[in-house]
Design a protein around this ligand. Structure first.
Ligand SMILES: [Mn+2]
Length: 336
């Protein structure tokens, strides 16, 4: 539930209204919700006559190139910024390089269950499917206007975080606020096509390699995206090319895991749960985090083979425990 009482909301509203220069940041390795929320809030502040800059030090995937405000993203926190806002970042470390240069976050707006409430003011709604959904709902209370550009950014956040309104946390509230964003001019079909559907030839070929290497046992499916495959196909993306979403299409599985090999002995792992197994707790074993149904972790100073062995062993063990725990309850009494 949101911890959005009137007092907290008023404090956030006053903070933003009295700012000289607001800097809006999000998490490193940004996804659509990070970017959509960051740009949506920045543009809403600007529309209200408040000086605001979106700041993010990371590469941004080309599928987000047409988001309003994308071209104006700063790679650093402007020196004149006196109010720092973080959106969609569950903890301070998620701010990445930008976090290293700042001493505090004045306002923390997020929907992650694992949010550590590191801001001076914290607006957290774990019932929201996306930070962008929560932000859209917050706008009237923050006395900010829903322009077409703001609506476009926020709808992009919702569409991407819900994989096109098909994650289990998509609620009537998600659809209701999305309807308002579309009514404000956000182009749903275009956003869906650009952010979720369209792929490069290199990405499709990467899928081909990864699909070839799929392995499955005991409700767990996994594959890898290797450096060699990325080089062969000229794939320049930083993520898994959404291979993990492909894996979740497999029938009769509880969890999908993708290993992405990076230069410098780094392996990024993504988990997706299909049937209620909590993958955030598995990711936490490796210093990562996320949501119950979708989480990730970065393993440093390891090889792809070692990372796979370790992660698969722990994931399988946790999955077995979960299956035992849930099957011990009498049928019909299982609570979600
Ligand atoms: Mn999010």
């Amino acid at each position: 539930m949101p911890d959005t009482n009137d007092q907290t909301l008023a404090a956030a509203r006053n903070l933003l209204a009295s700012a000289r220069h607001v800097c809006v940041m999000s998490h490193h390795n940004p996804d659509g919700d990070a970017l959509g929320s960051m740009l949506g809030l920045t543009l809403a502040l600007q529309a209200a006559g408040i000086t605001a800059t979106a700041a993010l030090a990371d590469d941004i995937a080309s599928r987000f190139d047409t988001l309003p405000g994308r071209a104006a993203i700063s790679a650093s926190v402007p020196p004149s910024a006196d109010v720092l806002v973080a959106v969609d970042a569950a903890d301070f470390a998620r701010l990445g390089k930008l976090g290293a240069g700042i001493s505090q976050v004045h306002l923390n707006i997020d929907h992650h269950l694992s949010n550590t409430r590191y801001g001076n003011i914290n607006l957290i709604d774990t019932s929201s499917a996306a930070t962008a959904q929560y932000l859209a709902e917050l706008l009237p209370g923050l006395k900010l206007e829903l322009t077409t550009d703001v609506a476009t950014c926020l709808l992009a956040g919702i569409v991407t975080d819900t994989l096109g309104f098909r994650t289990a946390n998509t609620t009537p509230a998600t659809l209701s606020i999305s309807q308002q964003l579309i009514a404000a001019g956000a182009p749903l079909a275009d956003i869906y096509d650009r952010t979720l559907h369209r792929r490069s030839l290199a990405a499709l070929r990467l899928w081909g390699d990864s699909i070839q290497q799929i392995e499955q046992r005991d409700g767990l499916v996994h594959t890898s995206v290797t450096l060699a495959s990325k080089a062969t196909h000229g794939y320049g993306g930083t993520g898994d090319g959404d291979v993990v979403t492909l894996l979740t299409a497999l029938e009769n599985i509880d969890v999908a895991v993708v290993f992405v090999e990076h230069k410098g002995r780094e392996v990024k792992v993504s988990w997706r749960a299909n049937t209620g197994f909590n993958v955030a707790s598995v990711a936490a074993m490796f210093g990562g985090g996320g949501h119950a149904a979708a989480s990730g972790a970065n393993l440093l100073d390891t090889t792809l083979a070692d990372a796979r062995t370790l992660v698969l062993a722990r994931t399988s063990a946790a999955l077995r425990e979960w299956k035992q725990a849930t099957s011990q309850q009498p049928a019909g009494s299982r609570s979600s």
